[in-house]
Design a protein around this ligand. Structure first.
Ligand code: XIL
Length: 315
């Protein structure tokens, strides 16, 4: 049967994966599946601030370029991730005073977005990532603590100036269902757009876990954002289980993947679904969540799991 990407193409949606530059450089199985099954990619780490500007005004694009070149060879669109975040950002940024921090943010956005502005593969960016606390307050990150909430609008304006054609997104986790955090996101996006700030898109990360249940109002939530006039997308889908795997847990996980894909298919403004990797051989989950894992759609030996079949059949 045909690849995931063939089915997604026929639906007018993307099915994507995050790419890790290590195996991308030297593992044939990794490259074959990444290139063959997906029509969209996101750099898992290679476009983050610590990778692209480790010291002030010293830009390094080797990893980012490797991802963009792979995508170009394989006819895939690239979602840039991420320009302004509180993690994986060097200490030199965090220690700046307000004026210097704002200047550094604008310069970073201008240089990173500007590098790919004329590259047809790179079509969208996560401009800001994870700006909210769970209760809907702004996260007390060094960005917020130094600059106040205006850094968000400033970041979007700088990104628009650097690439007028790129789709500009705000991205977060635990916003898949309707809750305090997603409602704060909804209110912010509405307010920014009313003010003419160029927010084009909202990303719902989708780091799900079978033990916490499925956000059954996902489709309804995507729909309320769509009504604001923005594109929506699932940006970092994975569904972790408590280890070890079992047939029953695999089956439950598969229903989560199916239901996320179906929610996106049901919403016209939903552009597609990006999975946060594809093989359990390379996944952030075991490092981040002790005793959890097996969150992706291929096992550690590149064999498709029930979750692969679920995505395939849903598309
Ligand atoms: C994760 C990567 O997968 C890991 O390799 C890295 O060590 C930490 O970051 N939300 C995001 C992603 O927006 O950038 C994070 O990616 C996962 C959570």
């Amino acid at each position: 049967s045909a690849s995931l990407r063939a089915h997604a193409d026929a639906r007018g949606k993307f099915i994507g994966t995050a790419l890790a530059t290590g195996p991308l450089s030297d593992e044939a199985s990794y490259r074959t599946i990444a290139g063959g099954e997906f029509n969209q990619v996101t750099a898992e780490n290679a476009m983050k601030w610590d990778a692209t500007e480790p010291s002030q005004n010293q830009f390094t694009f080797s990893g980012a370029d490797a991802v963009v070149n792979f995508a170009t060879q394989n006819g895939q669109q690239v979602h840039g991730h991420t320009l302004v975040w509180h993690n994986q950002t060097p200490g030199w940024v965090q220690n700046l005073g307000a004026t210097a921090m704002r200047d550094a943010m604008r310069n970073h956005i201008s240089r990173v977005v500007g590098r790919y502005a004329d590259n047809p593969a790179v079509v969208s960016w996560d401009v800001v990532n994870e700006v909210f606390e769970e209760n809907g307050d702004f996260r007390r990150s060094f960005w917020y603590n130094t600059l106040g909430e205006s850094y968000i609008a400033d970041a979007f304006r700088a990104a628009r100036a650097a690439d007028p054609d790129a789709r500009l997104c705000i991205n977060d986790y635990n916003v898949e269902g309707i809750n305090a955090k997603s409602t704060a996101m909804y209110d912010l996006v509405s307010e920014l757009r009313d003010q003419g700030v160029p927010v084009d898109c909202v990303g719902f990360q989708g780091h799900l876990a079978t033990q916490y249940g499925f956000p059954n109002d996902l489709r309804q939530n995507l729909q309320r954002f769509a009504a604001l006039g923005v594109q929506v997308r699932i940006t970092e889908l994975d569904v972790r289980i408590q280890m070890p795997r079992s047939a029953a847990k695999d089956a439950t996980q598969a229903t989560y993947y199916r239901d996320v894909v179906n929610a996106c298919l049901a919403v016209t403004a939903c552009a597609g679904v990006t999975i946060w990797g594809f093989t359990d051989r390379y996944s952030w989950v075991p490092d981040q969540f002790p005793s959890e894992g097996a969150a992706l759609i291929y096992d550690e030996n590149y064999q498709p799991k029930p979750s692969y079949t679920a995505v395939h059949d849903a598309l």
